[in-house]
Design a protein around this ligand. Structure first.
Ligand code: ADP
Ligand code: TYD
Length: 203
């Protein structure tokens, strides 16, 4: 089973992905916890190129190529081998993030994202948990982390609002695999709903 977390910056994806991995491991499952961009040595190198520096460093078109290149490497070297070995793969962001951040943030490039996805990735998650949150709360949480990977956070609140609406639309478009989870609660409450949702999907 291939599970992904999606949502805007600071919504709590990484926290929830980690808590879900711990809970499933505790129940005896073999779990691989991974993230995008990154998740394999080559893709982690690309991560630095896309997440650090000037927000205007790359055009949306160049980013589509970089994120898809990173994803292809991650898929070949980490995700597919783990799924083939019968493990549960939990991934913090995947192709839906490219559909939003590159497909929507600077003009409508969704069709380009989808064509490259079909050509080079061709795989969707079995289950996608959208952690939904008010962008002001998410951005405040994300800014509280004080990291170097701030290119997208630096694009501002308006962009995050567009991304949130876009993700909710995506959840309707791919309603068979998406579940929307309210992220504006304590981590433990969110984690309990996440685990119940995954258990129901596994059953
Ligand atoms: P994301 O991966 O979606 O950007 P993180 O899991 O990294 O989000 O969380 C962003 C920040 O908010 C972190 O500092 C984290 O400790 C904190 N955080 C995560 N979940 C919650 C929550 N439910 N309530 C309050 N703070 C949270
Ligand atoms: P991430 O490390 O998940 O950041 P956060 O914890 O703040 O949510 O992802 C870093 C950034 O990368 C995030 O702002 C969204 C962006 N991103 C894209 O623009 N396209 C993509 O395909 C992916 C996977 C991420």
């Amino acid at each position: 089973m291939f599970v992904t977390f999606e949502g805007i910056d600071g919504s709590g994806k990484s926290t929830q992905a980690r808590m879900l991995a711990e809970a499933l491991r505790g129940a005896g499952h073999d779990v691989v916890l991974t993230r995008e961009p990154g998740g394999s040595p080559g893709a982690e190198e690309i991560r630095r190129l896309v997440l650090e520096g000037d927000p205007a460093r790359w055009s949306a078109e160049t980013e589509i190529l970089l994120f898809t290149a990173a994803r292809r490497d991650h898929l070949e070297r980490t995700i597919e081998p783990a799924l083939a070995a019968g493990k549960i793969v939990i991934c913090d962001r995947f192709a839906d993030s490219t559909r939003m951040y590159q497909g929507l943030s600077r003009g409508d490039l969704r069709a380009t994202v989808d064509r490259l996805h079909d050509l080079m990735i061709g795989r969707e998650p079995d289950l996608t948990l959208l952690i939904d949150i008010d962008p002001a709360v998410g951005l405040a949480r994300a800014k509280g982390r004080q990291g170097h990977e701030e290119r997208f956070e630096d694009m501002g609140l308006g962009m995050q609002e567009k991304m949130r609406a876009g993700f909710l639309n995506l959840a309707r478009e791919f309603s068979a695999r998406f579940r929307v989870i309210d992220g504006a609660r304590a981590s433990d409450a969110v984690a309990a709903e996440v685990l119940a949702t995954v258990r129901a999907a596994l059953a």
